[in-house]
Design a protein around this ligand. Structure first.
Ligand code: COA
Length: 250
């Protein structure tokens, strides 16, 4: 990875770096396969806010530290065991963080490798472009654990791969390898491990050459438009397109 060593803050389980208009977010608990714990949620929340608000960041890349995983899901040592005040806090953070993720109007690229389970998939589904290395394995183990996805997965997955496949994967808990993920359009591209970050950077570099307002409005037209009727979507497109020409309409 061609990053200069300029971490923006002293987080414990996230590394956040900025370089050449790109924000790099690395989930950084490799000893626990980057399992998503409360600390990671709190730090990720701060990083996402920074990405949303920082005009120097035109596009962001998310990845996972270590050789084995992007993220092996919710931290099972915290999971289903927290006392109720902690659960309440967890729920609040979950709501906030997934809403925040989906409210970012800048392009987010997920560079996935190894295990991408539970919250790991859900994080990836909040991104706009997903690249996977050939060793990637996806799974939603929640139903097998007696729960359902809590980070938007039951809504984002069918919007990406369709209802029938989303139901099959969620209800059976079957794991999906990279090639099948590509066929299902869960990922945009499967690449070698060596090429994962360089290709993510190439995409980010291409996107950031474009007018950031046009990029942001194009993202909104597609992501927000998909939840609307065609008629409403066309109105949204006209509004967003018009606002580029007349910024006061934004
Ligand atoms: N939460 C907390 N710790 C986790 C974790 C998770 N979701 N997933 C992995 N880890 C930890 C393991 O406890 C282990 O820690 P240790 O070395 O201190 O014992 C370390 O990461 C390596 O995992 P390990 O299970 O030894 O690797 P493996 O190759 O045998 O198995 C997995 C890999 C992904 C199959 C297995 O770790 C697993 O099933 N993890 C849980 C996945 C899951 O159900 N996530 C919740 C989704 S809701």
């Amino acid at each position: 990875m061609r990053l200069i060593n300029n971490p923006v803050s002293n987080f414990k389980v996230i590394i956040y770096q900025k370089q050449n208009d790109i924000g790099y977010i690395t989930l950084n608990r490799p000893e626990a396969l980057n399992a998503y714990n409360l600390q990671m949620r709190d730090e990720l929340y701060q990083v996402l806010r920074a990405i949303k608000d920082d005009p120097e960041v035109k596009v962001a890349i998310l990845n996972g530290a270590g050789a084995r995983a992007f993220c092996a899901g919710a931290d099972l040592t915290e999971f289903l065991t927290a006392p109720s005040p902690a659960v309440a806090r967890q729920v609040r953070w979950e709501r906030d963080i997934w809403g925040l993720f989906l409210s970012i109007n800048k392009p987010l690229i997920a560079a996935l490798h190894g295990y991408v389970l539970g919250s790991g998939i859900e994080i990836a589904l909040c991104c706009d472009i997903r690249l996977a290395s050939e060793d990637t394995q996806f799974g939603l183990p929640e139903v097998g654990l007696g729960i359902i996805p809590a980070a938007g997965g039951s809504q984002t997955l069918p919007r990406i791969i369709g209802r029938a496949k989303a139901l099959e994967i969620l209800l059976t808990g079957r794991w999906i390898k990279a090639e099948e993920a590509l066929r299902l359009k869960l990922v945009n591209q499967v690449v070698s491990r060596k090429e994962l970050l360089p290709i993510a950077e190439r995409l980010a570099n291409k996107i950031k050459t474009h007018n950031p307002i046009a990029v942001s409005h194009a993202k909104q037209a597609i992501t927000r438009g998909l939840d609307l009727s065609l008629e409403q979507g066309l109105e949204l497109e006209a509004r967003l397109g018009g606002a580029i020409i007349s910024p006061q309409q934004r």
